[in-house]
Ligand binder design. Structure first.
Ligand SMILES: Nc1ncnc2c1ncn2[C@@H]1O[C@H](COP(=O)(O)OP(=O)(O)O)[C@@H](O)[C@H]1O
Ligand SMILES: CC(C)(COP(=O)(O)O)[C@@H](O)C(=O)NCCC(=O)O
Length: 329
């Protein structure tokens, strides 16, 4: 039996357990909730989904991501149940076709969001009820380098203002509205810019996963001061991938070190210059990027959205999820 645990300091627990909107679970409590969900992936498939520097194996998939895939399958099922109720209410006006179930995946640069999102895509698409699972990353909606330069935002890449937020929200709204075909621009880490002329097309998926730093940010008010609808307003479920800031920094630097030996070697890489200097000089640049861009963005914009997520996955220094907080209903 799992009991609600408050996020207050221990001393406060003793006197009066404080109410919290989350149910806090240990890794062991969570992994027991997998029930009989079969493991549909092989070690080789997991290896292919793993991002550079991320540590993930079949045990982690079984203990953390299979229970999550079971929970999401139940949520998708109950949403179609609700749709049935709505159609009954609407009577002749009913017969509403289903809209895609939208999942947001948020967290810092280098926390491993993309691995979580790719794993969820692979696991959820194995369920016969929702085979068509599309994954979109928000980097496609970053402003092109030319525009970032014109607005003086090159050192704010990843901050909310570096995105075309209106286009991103429109994109997800169109998919949620059931449009047959919706397109998004494509970002390349290689050229560090939007790829001219390239488009990603999404055609009526059963589930859409939207992954990115700022997906849980509320919409900014418009110029007229009025509240707007934001991206997260379209989410049916959201996951925040969390870890200690110091751990994320070391993952970021390790990944930079590995990229320097791999992707940066490509003559077209924007970062090729860091293969031409010593590792220490290259790492100085990465440390500065972390200190001046990614860490402030994490602290000012990303972490404050954690409390909006349906589920928070808290990773330990070894990337393994140690604790989970699930929003109560
Ligand atoms: N400069 C780069 N060159 C090539 N790939 C990169 C570069 N920076 C990040 N990546 C890759 O892009 C993906 C997204 O990275 P990021 O936005 O930091 O999110 P996360 O680490 O949370 O998945 C990761 O798979 C990462 O390995
Ligand atoms: C492309 C990113 C902004 C992440 O975008 P996301 O997919 O989360 O929208 C980030 O990975 C990035 O490149 N940041 C710039 C600073 C740096 O080079 O680390």
């Amino acid at each position: 039996m799992i009991s609600p645990v408050s996020t207050l300091p221990r001393s406060a627990h003793r006197s009066r357990p404080e109410a919290t909107p989350y149910l806090d679970l240990t890794r062991a409590e969570w992994s027991a909730l997998r029930d009989k969900t079969p493991l549909p992936l092989t070690a080789a498939e997991v290896e292919k989904l793993r991002g550079l520097g991320d540590v993930i194996d079949l045990d982690e998939v079984r203990d953390i991501y299979l229970p999550l895939s079971r929970l999401l399958n139940l949520y998708v099922g109950s949403t179609s149940g609700l749709r049935g109720a709505l159609n009954t209410f609407l009577g002749e006006k009913g017969s509403q076709a289903g809209t895609p179930f939208v999942i947001g995946v948020a967290g810092s640069v280098a926390v491993g969001k993309s691995t979580v999102a790719r794993l969820l895509q692979a696991l959820l698409s194995r369920w016969p009820e929702h085979p068509r699972v599309e994954l979109v990353t928000t980097d496609g909606f970053l402003l092109p380098t030319k525009e970032l330069e014109a607005r003086g935002l090159m050192s704010r890449k990843g901050f909310p203002e570096s995105y075309d937020r209106r286009a991103l929200t429109r994109f997800v709204a169109d998919i949620k509205a059931g449009k047959d075909e919706v397109t998004a621009p494509v970002y390349s880490h290689l050229i560090y810019d939007i790829v001219p002329g390239q488009k990603l097309t999404v055609r009526r998926p059963d589930i859409l996963i939207v992954e990115g730093l700022n997906v849980l940010q509320p919409a900014l008010p418009g110029k007229d001061g009025r509240t707007r609808v934001g991206l997260a307003d379209y989410f049916d479920f959201s996951v925040y991938v969390d870890a200690r800031t110091e751990d994320i920094e070391s993952w970021y630097l390790n990944r930079f070190r590995k990229l320097r030996e791999t992707a940066f070697q490509n003559p077209s890489s924007y970062f090729r210059k860091y293969t031409q200097v010593s590792e220490e000089e290259a790492l100085d640049y990465a440390r500065m990027t972390w200190r001046t861009i990614n860490k402030p963005n994490l602290l000012e914009n990303v972490a404050p959205t954690r409390g909006r997520a349906t589920l928070v996955l808290r990773k330990g220094p070894d990337h393994k999820v140690q604790r989970l907080s699930l929003r109560k209903l």
